[in-house]
Write a protein that binds this ligand. Structure first.
Ligand code: PHE
Ligand code: ZN
Length: 883
């Protein structure tokens, strides 16, 4: 297995490389069973570290020859590295020959085969699985790559940069030579040799440069590439317009592969994507898929500057590229959405994601700073914290320096560091230096605690109105709970965007501002008020904190009805729902919705000024996972079944009490005409589907057959996947007797569409649990002939869906689903440690659970830990979980 990764790597141990690799000339003789790799490197000793041996990383490859300046040399292996000493003090040529076995590479890291073709994945440490190399991001080289392979089986030969030469060879083989002029770290290397077709488009950008854009897919998938191509073109235009960053390559390629551990990869000029984030047609992809394709295409493209032109000095700086690039893709998607309310919808979705995954991570055994201090397996640190909290850190900087100030900061960052491998400090320094008088620059050292301290800060707010002075004083205080290895925390710098409303909902003129809390406690006074105002705090979710604000019900209703900040309108609605749901869970009594809440929800649904997409978000209840986290934050044991029961009861009551409104909304929005994935059409479809789900739920509960019948008809007639899946989900999740047949039809209809079959599995795995039926079905589906653990998307369709999105099915009083999970993690760990270690995180929060779940969960984790020869990846996760 892997060597060297079961020990801890520490950030403070960073030392510059002993040697620089200036150029690499790589040659591949591609054969699935045994590929020969020849690497010729121009090596230069680092003048700052003279006399050091050269250590080359390598993993699961077979060395056949080492030459220095054409002569064989002595070498030895130490801690899994190939060590060369007695090297020339002058620059020299190093030649390495080795072989690897792509078809046996089940980890999908390094060079592997998928669907009969060759693909690579090198981030973070996959290049060492291809050849011996100083596999670290601060070693940057100019790559020239020669690919040789059978011409029939592998007609497309691709690598980074520009094609210099290609042609036939003997014995039915052919070759291609690629040259990438931009020095890059090994993790950005890529090659593809496969039977693919491509959609091509030539563009001329605003600055007048010509480029060739290509999207490569399997032959049957060409009709699903238009949206990806359009998204790429939009990304290029956006980066140039918003940040002045131009495409620096003549050719930019995207390749889709169906076996991929992650979402996509930003290899220079040759992005490799999970098919899930490239392929989209109205018949096979939902609105959410279309949105994901746009944002992932954008994300990978934006890495060309934030990640590739300026890269990370070491992997502890991962958020330097990921946090910044997520921020950029979020901004891109908001700009694409256009209207202020569509932008707010995107922001709400992003925050919902952050709170659903990053907050629990920051409260559990894997809690780590945005810039971690140590790791065993770097692959375990591609986390919600590094990505999504990292993006919030960048967003706070942008808030503190303003939009133009942030642009100035980015300009300075590129002026200073283009072509370098740098740190998070370098980035923050550039933003601050470009804005010397800003709230960021004056507090930079304190602000950077966001990189260093883990845990979600609790922000407490208290208001006091003084009738005599007609003033209102807001006191903000902060506290961050202990996280592993960090008992005490310094105060964070927290930008709190806010405004005040009068009791009737009208804004208090001039009350909008961004408060900057930079100590444990601070107060601000607002004058000239006739009565206590309604405070709208943390507008737009201006900081990744938990706001503890005991707003009155009346205030929340006012905010829901009137706040000018759409995020806080939504948030007020969520708070009202949380109060009711957790009230019932805590009291152990059945949930009974009150007229005030129902009236407010009805008013939202009937408000002609609100967008459909926004209504759908307000009427979607907080997830069971989010509710569990709220209890855990309060130190109360989490009973997932009690939460599930309360939430199901609330859905049923909303279905019943708002029946007329759901029906009216369905009538108004069920038909959206020809398919277009624009925010307005997507919003209408989302709301219509939510309405249908409630109508079917209510009908099934009351023995009525009309709405299930309509849903079935809709399922059959639907002109796009969003509507079809919405109808199917209404039937399956509403437990209609018509569901089984519809599921069968759906499967038959999309037999050949792998990504749709993934949806078929996931939909069933996400069904609200009822008497153990759903878990029983999941277990049965795991034996379905179409199910496989080898393909990551397929594996996740059942397992991740159950563990992350269906607490009611996963947390069972008999522990059977935990045992099932443990068995699958152990099995997957035997061939794909990265996939296994992600799944292994499902019970991170076991300590927060009530009995009997807590004890059963612990036993299941121990079951995983007990596996002999567990990978270092999964070992790190379970060891932390049990610590
Ligand atoms: N760097 C990729 C991204 O965020 C993610 C990734 C990491 C993909 C590691 C594969 C392996 O865009
Ligand atoms: Zn990324």
């Amino acid at each position: 297995m892997r060597e060297g990764t079961d020990t801890l790597t520490r950030r403070e141990d960073y030392v510059a490389p002993s040697h620089w690799i200036r150029t690499v000339d790589l040659s591949f003789d591609l054969e699935p069973a045994k590929t020969l790799v020849i690497s010729r490197m121009q090596v230069e000793p680092n003048a700052d570290r003279p006399g050091q041996p050269l250590r080359l990383d390598g993993e699961d490859i077979t060395l056949t020859r080492v030459l220095v300046n054409g002569e064989s040399v002595s070498f030895h292996f130490e801690d899994g590295q190939l060590v060369l000493d007695k090297l020339p003090a002058e620059p020299f040529q190093l030649e390495i020959r080795n072989t690897c076995a792509p078809e046996k590479n089940t980890q999908l890291s390094g060079l592997y085969t998928s669907g009969g073709g060759f693909f690579t994945q090198c981030e973070a440490q996959g290049f060492r699985r291809i050849t011996y190399f100083p596999d670290r991001p601060d070693v940057m080289a100019v790559f020239k790559v020669t690919l040789k392979a059978d011409a029939k089986r592998f007609p497309m030969l691709l690598s980074n940069g520009n094609l210099v030469e290609s042609g036939p060879l003997d014995k039915g083989r052919h070759f291609a030579v690629w040259h990438d002029p931009h020095p890059k770290p090994s993790y950005l290397f890529a090659l593809v040799a496969a039977d693919l077709v491509c959609r091509e488009q030539k563009i001329r950008t605003r600055s007048g440069a010509d480029h060739t854009l290509q999207v490569y897919v399997r032959a049957g998938d060409l009709d699903k590439t238009e949206h990806a191509m359009n998204s790429l073109i939009a990304s290029i235009a956006w980066d140039e317009a918003r940040f002045g960053l131009k495409l620096d390559l003549e050719r930019f390629m995207i390749v889709a592969v169906s076996d991929f551990n992650m979402g996509a990869m930003e290899n220079k000029g040759l992005n490799i994507f999970n098919t899930k984030f490239v392929l989209a047609s109205p018949a096979t992809a939902t609105d959410i898929d279309f949105g994901n394709v746009e944002s992932v295409v954008g994300h990978e493209y934006f890495h060309n500057w934030t990640g590739n032109r300026i890269t990370c000095r070491d992997w502890f700086q991962l958020s330097l590229k990921e946090g910044l690039t997520v921020y950029r893709d979020q901004e891109f998607s908001q700009d694409m959405a256009g209207s202020p309310s569509a932008r707010a919808v995107k922001r709400i979705e992003d925050v919902r994601g952050l709170r659903q995954t990053q907050f629990p991570e920051d409260a559990g055994p894997m809690a780590h700073p945005v810039r971690p201090d140590s790791y065993q397996a770097i692959d375990n640190f591609y986390t919600a914290t590094v990505y999504d909290k990292g993006a919030e850190v960048v967003r706070m900087m942008a808030t503190l320096v303003g939009r133009e100030g942030f642009r100035r900061g980015m300009d300075l960052y590129f002026a200073r560091h283009d072509g370098q491998a740098v740190t998070c400090d370098d980035f923050a320094q550039a933003i601050a230096d470009a804005n010397p008088d800003s709230a960021l620059a004056t507090r930079l050292e304190a602000f950077k605690r966001w990189y260093a301290q883990a845990g979600t800060p609790r922000l407490k707010a208290a208001g006091r109105f003084d009738a005599e002075t007609r003033s209102w004083t807001l006191t903000l205080s902060q506290h961050t709970p202990a996280t592993p290895g960090q008992a005490d925390k310094w105060p964070f710098v927290i930008p709190v965007a806010m405004g005040l409303l009068q009791a009737d909902g009208t804004p208090v003129a001039g009350s909008e501002r961004v408060l900057v809390l930079d100590s444990a406690q601070q107060s601000w006074t607002f004058d000239g008020l006739d009565a206590a105002p309604v405070a709208s705090l943390l507008r737009g979710f201006s900081a990744p904190v938990i706001l503890e604000w005991e707003a009155s019900e009346a205030d929340l209703f006012t905010l829901l009805g009137h706040d000018t900040d759409a995020f806080n309108r939504w948030e007020a609605g969520q708070r009202l729902a949380v109060a009711r749901l957790l009230g019932a869970v805590r009291a152990g009594t059945p949930l009974m919705l009150d007229a005030a809440y129902l009236d407010a929800m009805r008013a939202v649904l009937r408000d002609a000024a609100l967008d459909c997409a926004f209504k759908e978000l307000v009427l979607t209840l907080p997830s069971e996972g989010y509710l569990a986290e709220r209890l855990a934050e309060a130190g109360e044991p989490v009973d997932p079944q009690a939460i599930h029961a309360a939430r199901e009861a609330m859905r049923a009551q909303l279905a019943r009490a708002l029946h007329e409104d759901w029906a009216a909304l369905w009538e108004a929005h069920a038909s959206t005409g020809g398919y277009r994935p624009d925010p307005v059409s997507c919003g209408r479809r989302a709301l219509a589907n939510l309405a249908l789900a409630h109508l079917v739920l209510d009908a099934v509960a009351h023995g009525d057959t009309v709405w299930p019948g309509r849903a079935l008809q809709r399922f059959k007639d639907a002109g796009n996947m969003t509507d079809r899946l919405g109808a199917l989900s209404a039937l399956v999740h509403g437990r209609s007797p018509l569901a089984a047949n519809a599921l069968e039809r759906f499967h038959a209809m999309f037999r050949g569409e792998a990504l749709v079959i993934d949806k078929w599995f996931a939909l069933q795995a996400a069904a609200p649990e009822h008497d153990g039926e759903v878990f029983a079905q999941i277990r049965a589906l795991a034996k379905h002939p179409d199910y496989s653990l080898r393909n990551p998307n397929r594996a996740r369709s059942l397992l991740m869906t159950m563990t992350a999105l269906n607490p009611g099915a996963f947390h069972r009083a008999d522990g059977s689903a935990y045992a099932f999970w443990a068995e699958k993690v152990r099995e997957i760990d035997g061939f794909n440690p990265q996939l296994a270690s992600r799944l292994a995180r499902a019970l991170d929060r076991w300590r927060a659970l009530a009995e009997p779940y807590r004890t059963l969960a612990r036993a299941a984790i121990e079951q995983v830990a007990a596996k002999p020869e567990l990978s270092p990846d999964t070992r790190e996760i379970v060891t932390r979980a049990l610590a």
